[in-house]
Design a protein around this ligand. Structure first.
Ligand code: ATP
Ligand code: MG
Length: 257
Protein backbone atom coordinates (compact mmCIF):
# COMPACT_ATOMS: atom_id res chain seq x y z
CA UNK A 1 0.00 0.00 0.00
CA UNK A 2 1.33 3.48 -0.77
CA UNK A 3 2.74 5.51 2.08
CA UNK A 4 0.23 7.91 3.59
CA UNK A 5 -2.89 6.08 2.43
CA UNK A 6 -5.33 5.40 5.28
CA UNK A 7 -4.56 2.25 7.24
CA UNK A 8 -7.11 2.62 10.04
CA UNK A 9 -10.02 5.05 9.96
CA UNK A 10 -11.84 5.31 13.26
CA UNK A 11 -14.99 7.28 13.87
CA UNK A 12 -16.88 7.87 17.08
CA UNK A 13 -15.45 4.90 18.93
CA UNK A 14 -17.11 4.35 22.30
CA UNK A 15 -16.25 1.73 24.90
CA UNK A 16 -17.74 1.68 28.37
CA UNK A 17 -17.12 -0.87 31.10
CA UNK A 18 -19.42 -1.67 33.97
CA UNK A 19 -17.16 -3.40 36.47
CA UNK A 20 -19.99 -3.73 38.99
CA UNK A 21 -21.90 -2.06 41.85
CA UNK A 22 -23.43 0.49 39.48
CA UNK A 23 -20.07 1.93 38.47
CA UNK A 24 -19.25 2.60 34.84
CA UNK A 25 -16.00 3.64 33.22
CA UNK A 26 -15.82 5.41 29.88
CA UNK A 27 -12.66 3.88 28.48
CA UNK A 28 -13.17 5.58 25.09
CA UNK A 29 -15.73 8.31 24.50
CA UNK A 30 -16.09 9.24 20.87
CA UNK A 31 -12.61 8.68 19.47
CA UNK A 32 -11.98 9.81 15.89
CA UNK A 33 -8.67 9.38 14.09
CA UNK A 34 -7.00 8.23 10.96
CA UNK A 35 -3.76 6.27 11.05
CA UNK A 36 -1.77 6.36 7.81
CA UNK A 37 0.50 3.77 6.23
CA UNK A 38 4.14 4.35 7.12
CA UNK A 39 3.70 6.80 9.96
CA UNK A 40 5.26 6.52 13.37
CA UNK A 41 2.48 7.49 15.73
CA UNK A 42 2.91 7.90 19.43
CA UNK A 43 -0.19 7.76 21.61
CA UNK A 44 0.43 9.06 25.11
CA UNK A 45 -1.88 9.30 28.08
CA UNK A 46 -1.98 8.79 31.82
CA UNK A 47 -2.75 5.43 33.42
CA UNK A 48 -6.32 4.46 32.60
CA UNK A 49 -6.65 6.94 29.71
CA UNK A 50 -7.70 4.19 27.27
CA UNK A 51 -4.50 3.32 25.38
CA UNK A 52 -4.67 -0.43 25.81
CA UNK A 53 -8.40 -0.58 25.12
CA UNK A 54 -7.80 1.37 21.91
CA UNK A 55 -5.09 -1.10 20.87
CA UNK A 56 -7.29 -4.12 21.56
CA UNK A 57 -10.09 -2.62 19.46
CA UNK A 58 -7.72 -1.72 16.61
CA UNK A 59 -6.45 -5.29 16.62
CA UNK A 60 -9.96 -6.73 16.46
CA UNK A 61 -9.52 -8.33 19.88
CA UNK A 62 -12.23 -6.28 21.60
CA UNK A 63 -15.51 -4.99 20.21
CA UNK A 64 -16.42 -1.33 20.68
CA UNK A 65 -19.90 -0.44 21.95
CA UNK A 66 -20.32 2.12 19.19
CA UNK A 67 -18.40 3.53 16.28
CA UNK A 68 -16.88 2.50 13.02
CA UNK A 69 -13.46 1.04 12.39
CA UNK A 70 -12.13 0.65 8.88
CA UNK A 71 -8.95 -1.21 7.97
CA UNK A 72 -7.73 -0.08 4.54
CA UNK A 73 -11.21 1.20 3.83
CA UNK A 74 -13.02 -2.02 4.75
CA UNK A 75 -15.08 -2.67 7.89
CA UNK A 76 -12.90 -4.63 10.30
CA UNK A 77 -15.22 -7.65 10.40
CA UNK A 78 -14.66 -8.45 6.72
CA UNK A 79 -10.94 -7.64 6.83
CA UNK A 80 -10.00 -9.53 9.97
CA UNK A 81 -7.90 -12.16 8.14
CA UNK A 82 -5.87 -9.54 6.31
CA UNK A 83 -5.54 -7.53 9.53
CA UNK A 84 -4.21 -10.56 11.45
CA UNK A 85 -1.54 -11.18 8.81
CA UNK A 86 -0.59 -7.53 8.64
CA UNK A 87 -0.52 -6.52 12.29
CA UNK A 88 2.00 -7.41 14.98
CA UNK A 89 1.28 -6.65 18.62
CA UNK A 90 3.50 -6.25 21.63
CA UNK A 91 1.13 -6.54 24.58
CA UNK A 92 1.52 -4.54 27.76
CA UNK A 93 1.61 -7.81 29.69
CA UNK A 94 4.29 -9.96 28.02
CA UNK A 95 2.92 -13.12 29.66
CA UNK A 96 -0.18 -12.65 27.50
CA UNK A 97 1.73 -13.56 24.37
CA UNK A 98 4.19 -16.34 25.12
CA UNK A 99 3.30 -19.53 23.30
CA UNK A 100 6.48 -21.59 22.96
CA UNK A 101 8.19 -24.02 25.35
CA UNK A 102 11.48 -22.24 24.79
CA UNK A 103 12.48 -18.71 23.83
CA UNK A 104 13.55 -19.82 20.33
CA UNK A 105 10.32 -21.81 19.78
CA UNK A 106 8.32 -18.86 20.97
CA UNK A 107 9.93 -16.55 18.41
CA UNK A 108 9.55 -19.22 15.71
CA UNK A 109 5.81 -19.52 16.27
CA UNK A 110 4.81 -16.48 14.20
CA UNK A 111 7.06 -17.06 11.18
CA UNK A 112 6.06 -20.78 11.13
CA UNK A 113 2.40 -19.76 11.01
CA UNK A 114 3.19 -17.58 8.02
CA UNK A 115 4.21 -20.76 6.23
CA UNK A 116 7.90 -19.89 5.82
CA UNK A 117 10.43 -22.63 5.11
CA UNK A 118 12.41 -24.07 8.04
CA UNK A 119 15.69 -22.30 7.09
CA UNK A 120 13.84 -19.00 6.67
CA UNK A 121 12.21 -19.43 10.10
CA UNK A 122 15.57 -20.26 11.67
CA UNK A 123 17.18 -17.20 10.11
CA UNK A 124 14.44 -14.93 11.43
CA UNK A 125 14.69 -16.46 14.90
CA UNK A 126 18.45 -15.99 14.95
CA UNK A 127 18.23 -12.36 13.79
CA UNK A 128 15.56 -11.57 16.37
CA UNK A 129 17.54 -13.27 19.18
CA UNK A 130 20.58 -11.19 18.27
CA UNK A 131 18.63 -7.94 17.90
CA UNK A 132 17.17 -8.31 21.41
CA UNK A 133 20.23 -9.79 23.11
CA UNK A 134 18.50 -13.06 23.97
CA UNK A 135 20.86 -15.60 22.36
CA UNK A 136 22.10 -16.91 25.72
CA UNK A 137 18.49 -17.65 26.73
CA UNK A 138 17.36 -19.30 23.52
CA UNK A 139 16.61 -22.68 25.16
CA UNK A 140 15.03 -21.26 28.33
CA UNK A 141 11.32 -21.57 29.10
CA UNK A 142 9.81 -18.09 28.67
CA UNK A 143 8.22 -18.23 32.13
CA UNK A 144 11.69 -18.29 33.71
CA UNK A 145 12.77 -15.02 32.11
CA UNK A 146 12.93 -11.74 34.01
CA UNK A 147 10.30 -9.05 33.35
CA UNK A 148 12.59 -7.13 31.01
CA UNK A 149 13.65 -10.32 29.21
CA UNK A 150 10.00 -11.18 28.66
CA UNK A 151 9.49 -7.74 27.08
CA UNK A 152 12.52 -8.36 24.84
CA UNK A 153 11.04 -11.73 23.86
CA UNK A 154 7.70 -10.14 22.97
CA UNK A 155 9.44 -7.60 20.72
CA UNK A 156 11.61 -10.36 19.19
CA UNK A 157 8.53 -12.40 18.31
CA UNK A 158 6.88 -9.49 16.54
CA UNK A 159 10.11 -8.54 14.78
CA UNK A 160 10.48 -12.09 13.44
CA UNK A 161 7.01 -11.97 11.92
CA UNK A 162 8.01 -9.09 9.65
CA UNK A 163 4.57 -7.45 9.95
CA UNK A 164 3.72 -4.31 8.00
CA UNK A 165 2.26 -2.59 11.06
CA UNK A 166 3.39 -2.97 14.63
CA UNK A 167 1.61 -1.72 17.73
CA UNK A 168 3.65 -1.74 20.91
CA UNK A 169 1.89 -1.20 24.23
CA UNK A 170 4.39 0.23 26.71
CA UNK A 171 7.42 -1.15 24.84
CA UNK A 172 9.93 0.19 27.36
CA UNK A 173 8.29 -1.07 30.55
CA UNK A 174 10.75 -3.05 32.70
CA UNK A 175 13.60 -2.60 30.24
CA UNK A 176 17.08 -1.62 31.36
CA UNK A 177 19.05 0.99 29.39
CA UNK A 178 20.57 -1.50 26.87
CA UNK A 179 17.10 -3.00 26.42
CA UNK A 180 15.59 0.41 25.68
CA UNK A 181 18.37 1.08 23.17
CA UNK A 182 17.76 -2.28 21.42
CA UNK A 183 14.04 -1.62 21.14
CA UNK A 184 14.68 1.92 19.91
CA UNK A 185 17.03 0.60 17.24
CA UNK A 186 14.30 -1.78 16.12
CA UNK A 187 11.73 1.02 16.06
CA UNK A 188 14.07 3.17 13.96
CA UNK A 189 14.73 0.26 11.61
CA UNK A 190 11.00 -0.45 11.19
CA UNK A 191 10.41 3.21 10.42
CA UNK A 192 13.23 3.25 7.86
CA UNK A 193 11.67 0.18 6.21
CA UNK A 194 8.48 2.20 5.77
CA UNK A 195 6.45 0.19 8.26
CA UNK A 196 3.66 1.70 10.31
CA UNK A 197 4.57 1.86 13.98
CA UNK A 198 2.12 2.78 16.71
CA UNK A 199 3.57 3.21 20.18
CA UNK A 200 1.45 3.51 23.28
CA UNK A 201 3.58 4.97 26.01
CA UNK A 202 3.98 7.80 28.44
CA UNK A 203 7.76 7.53 28.27
CA UNK A 204 8.02 10.28 25.65
CA UNK A 205 11.59 11.17 26.53
CA UNK A 206 12.81 7.84 25.13
CA UNK A 207 11.32 7.94 21.66
CA UNK A 208 9.55 11.17 20.76
CA UNK A 209 12.39 12.23 18.45
CA UNK A 210 11.32 9.51 15.97
CA UNK A 211 7.60 10.26 16.05
CA UNK A 212 5.86 11.79 13.05
CA UNK A 213 2.80 12.49 15.13
CA UNK A 214 1.70 12.61 18.76
CA UNK A 215 -1.78 11.98 20.12
CA UNK A 216 -2.75 12.73 23.71
CA UNK A 217 -5.48 10.53 25.12
CA UNK A 218 -7.09 11.70 28.36
CA UNK A 219 -9.90 9.78 30.06
CA UNK A 220 -10.98 8.24 26.76
CA UNK A 221 -10.91 11.48 24.77
CA UNK A 222 -8.34 12.62 22.22
CA UNK A 223 -7.25 16.02 23.51
CA UNK A 224 -4.48 16.71 21.00
CA UNK A 225 -3.36 15.24 17.70
CA UNK A 226 -0.59 16.67 15.56
CA UNK A 227 3.12 17.28 15.17
CA UNK A 228 4.92 16.48 18.44
CA UNK A 229 6.21 20.00 19.12
CA UNK A 230 2.81 21.59 18.42
CA UNK A 231 1.02 19.08 20.65
CA UNK A 232 3.51 19.63 23.49
CA UNK A 233 3.06 23.41 23.17
CA UNK A 234 -0.65 22.91 23.87
CA UNK A 235 -0.23 20.32 26.66
CA UNK A 236 -2.22 20.81 29.86
CA UNK A 237 -1.13 19.39 33.22
CA UNK A 238 -4.57 17.81 33.63
CA UNK A 239 -3.75 15.36 30.80
CA UNK A 240 -1.22 13.69 33.08
CA UNK A 241 1.56 13.67 30.47
CA UNK A 242 4.78 15.50 31.20
CA UNK A 243 6.47 17.60 28.51
CA UNK A 244 9.84 15.83 28.08
CA UNK A 245 11.40 19.01 26.70
CA UNK A 246 11.66 20.23 30.29
CA UNK A 247 14.65 17.92 30.62
CA UNK A 248 15.64 17.14 27.07
CA UNK A 249 15.42 20.53 25.33
CA UNK A 250 13.90 20.04 21.89
CA UNK A 251 11.76 17.20 20.51
CA UNK A 252 14.76 15.97 18.45
CA UNK A 253 16.65 15.40 21.71
CA UNK A 254 13.93 13.19 23.18
CA UNK A 255 15.51 9.80 22.58
CA UNK A 256 17.75 7.39 24.45
CA UNK A 257 19.58 6.44 21.26
N1 ATP B 1 -11.76 -5.48 31.03
C1 ATP B 1 -12.04 -4.35 31.67
N2 ATP B 1 -13.07 -4.27 32.56
C2 ATP B 1 -13.38 -3.14 33.21
N3 ATP B 1 -12.72 -1.99 33.01
C3 ATP B 1 -11.70 -1.98 32.16
C4 ATP B 1 -11.30 -3.16 31.44
N4 ATP B 1 -10.25 -2.83 30.65
C5 ATP B 1 -9.99 -1.54 30.86
N5 ATP B 1 -10.86 -1.01 31.77
C6 ATP B 1 -10.91 0.38 32.22
O1 ATP B 1 -10.85 1.22 31.08
C7 ATP B 1 -10.01 2.35 31.34
C8 ATP B 1 -8.91 2.40 30.29
O2 ATP B 1 -8.03 1.32 30.51
P1 ATP B 1 -6.71 1.05 29.65
O3 ATP B 1 -6.17 -0.24 30.09
O4 ATP B 1 -7.03 1.25 28.22
O5 ATP B 1 -5.78 2.26 30.14
P2 ATP B 1 -4.30 2.59 29.69
O6 ATP B 1 -4.29 3.98 29.13
O7 ATP B 1 -3.76 1.51 28.86
O8 ATP B 1 -3.55 2.65 31.11
P3 ATP B 1 -2.04 2.18 31.53
O9 ATP B 1 -1.14 3.36 31.24
O10 ATP B 1 -2.17 1.98 33.01
O11 ATP B 1 -1.68 0.96 30.78
C9 ATP B 1 -9.53 2.21 32.77
O12 ATP B 1 -10.35 3.00 33.57
C10 ATP B 1 -9.72 0.74 33.07
O13 ATP B 1 -10.00 0.56 34.43
MG1 MG C 1 -2.28 0.15 29.06
Amino acid sequence: MPRNSPLFSISNLVKTFSPGKGTTVSALSGVNMEIREGELLLIAGANGSGKTVLMLILAGLMDPDEGELLFRGQPLGGAIGELRRHLGLVFQDPDAQTVGETVAEDIAFGPKNLGLSKPAVMERVQNALEALGLEHKRDWPPRNLSGGEKRRLAVAGVLAMGCGTIIMDEPFANLDWPGVVQVLEIIRQLKNEGKTVILLTHELEKVLAFADRLIILDRGIIREDGKPADVLDRLKDSYGVRDPRRNYGAVEDCTWL
